[in-house]
Design a protein around this ligand. Structure first.
Ligand SMILES: [Zn+2]
Ligand SMILES: [Zn+2]
Length: 225
């Protein structure tokens, strides 16, 4: 058997199909193993591994509690697979945080996606500042509620809506089911800020917008005292 260099191994790996994580179904990425001593003396036996770096992966999500309960350490697991073995057996490695190990991802496809995402993010943020400068609240609202807006961009859009959004913006923001927690919180804060600027609030009974100081809702007639 010929001895393979690290580069040979990498070239072989990128030519084969990447496996999907058995815990979450997300395609795993190629990861360069750090020196063996780094990981509790574990010898990797391969210069690269496939790793699932999905932060919603059940193995990773549940790992925090499991390790804390068993070892009283703040760490979790990432699903791994040796790309040089024919068996395709899945294993796991310990990581110490969201970024743990991500610096060693050498997957070209993954890196390209990350770079594209970063560019989209910067472009989106720059556009928002331009719209804010123009006082274009409608366009900022559109960016906030669009399905393809990145969470970081949507967060900024929500902040800006809090500054210049009008009462008309409240309903579309309320009607949007934000998937991202941070965006959802920012959107909620934006609605509060809009109300504050307009001295309004929403009726707890019919959800119509009323004066903050109203005693009786002018829409449903309910007593608010
Ligand atoms: Zn996974
Ligand atoms: Zn009402």
């Amino acid at each position: 058997m010929a001895i393979l260099t690290k580069e040979d191994v990498y070239n072989k790996i990128i030519s084969q199909e990447k496996p999907q994580c058995p815990h979450c179904g997300v395609t795993m990425v190629i990861w360069e193993c750090p020196p063996a001593s780094f990981a509790d003396g574990l010898g990797w036996g391969t210069p690269f591994l496939y790793v699932c770096f999905n932060d919603d992966c059940s193995l990773y999500v549940n790992g925090w509690k499991s390790i804390m309960d068993n070892y009283a350490r703040h760490a979790s697991y990432r699903c791994i697979c040796d790309p040089t073995s024919q068996s395709g057996v899945m294993d796991c490695m310990t990581v110490f945080g969201t970024e743990g190990g991500t610096g060693s991802i050498v997957d070209e496809e993954f890196r390209a996606e990350e770079k594209a995402r970063e560019e989209t993010r910067e472009k989106g943020l720059k556009q928002l500042e331009g719209l804010f400068g123009d006082g274009d609240a409608d366009a900022i609202l559109k960016a906030l509620v669009a399905d393809d807006t990145l969470p970081e961009v949507a967060c900024r859009a929500a902040e800006l809506m809090g500054k210049i959004g009008t009462l008309d913006a409240i309903e579309p923001i309320r009607n949007k089911a934000f998937q991202d927690n941070a965006v959802r919180e920012k959107a909620e804060t934006a609605i509060e800020a809009i109300h504050e600027r307009n001295y309004t609030r929403e009726c707890p009974f019919c959800a119509e917008i009323i004066k903050a100081r109203a005693v009786v809702c002018k829409h449903c007639g309910k007593n608010l005292g």
